[in-house]
Design a protein around this ligand. Structure first.
Ligand code: ADP
Ligand code: ADP
Length: 225
């Protein structure tokens, strides 16, 4: 599903964020991506979601080599990927319905269909009762669940989360992880970047560990090296 072969990323100015990273994440897997701040976690996720391009190496998503993707094809690849951020990135002037509907509106989906999908997504994260509320009236955990509803509203096969529990207390973090686990059990491939090692230790999943842009070997992971 997600395959990195000798992937390096150097930012303008010369900073090497990733160096010769190899890994393979199979369809239907859930894995964590860990490492200190600055280790390259966000960069790795951005290469999958086409927000950044590699300086060298090959990123394959679903058998498609992202190096061969033209600019006009980018939105189509992105539809297969739901992104969740630490700070939710919700639109404060729009209510919860409109925030979750956003990716579908951009796709040009019909209103009736949008309504059905937004309600289904909000139901999954337990927030149907907040559909007309504005983000600022919701708690941090609820805002994060809206961000998750927005990421899964078009049922993407891949879900990427960048420090999704960074601003939440342990109890809420656990609830969010249970949500990811639930999506994964329904077939979604999930990759979660986090520095919360305590959280990972409570779960049985593989983790990819980055150290200054290099991937440390996880004997459990199906690494291509
Ligand atoms: P993490 O998510 O593990 O904290 P990042 O991928 O955000 O790590 O960053 C890896 C390194 O690349 C850091 O040193 C960061 O400062 C640098 N970096 C990230 N984005 C950019 C950018 N757009 N331009 C220059 N350097 C960047
Ligand atoms: P997040 O925590 O949401 O991943 P960051 O605060 O790491 O976001 O980065 C915000 C933006 O700044 C990103 O687009 C990232 O690529 C960019 N960035 C991060 N580090 C640097 C850096 N050292 N130089 C330039 N841009 C950077």
């Amino acid at each position: 599903m997600i395959n990195f072969q000798q992937v390096s990323k150097t930012y303008p100015g010369g900073h090497i964020a990733l160096e010769k990273v190899n890994f393979h994440l199979k369809a239907g897997e859930l894995a964590f991506l860990t490492g200190h701040s600055g280790a390259g976690k966000s960069t790795l996720l951005k290469l999958i979601s086409l927000m950044e391009r590699p300086s060298a190496g090959t990123v394959m998503i679903n058998g498609v080599d992202l190096n061969t993707i033209s600019k006009s094809q980018v939105p189509f690849i992105r539809r297969d990927i739901g992104m969740i951020f630490q700070n939710h990135r919700l639109l404060s002037r729009h209510n919860i319905f409109d925030n979750v509907a956003f990716p579908l509106v951009i796709e040009g989906m019909h209103r009736k269909n949008i309504e059905k999908r937004v309600h289904a997504a909000l139901d999954k994260v337990g927030l149907l009762n907040k559909v007309r509320c504005y983000p600022e009236t919701l708690s941090g955990g609820e805002q994060q669940r809206v961000g998750i509803a927005r990421a899964i509203v078009n049922s993407p096969p891949i879900l990427l989360a960048d420090e999704p529990t960074g601003n939440l207390d342990p109890e809420l973090s656990w609830e969010i992880l249970k949500l990811f686990e639930d999506f994964n059990q329904h077939g979604t491939t999930v990759l979660i970047a986090t520095h919360d090692l305590g959280l990972i230790a409570r779960m049985k999943y593989h983790s990819l560990t980055l150290n200054k842009g290099r991937l440390l070997h996880d004997p459990l992971m199906d690494t291509v090296s």
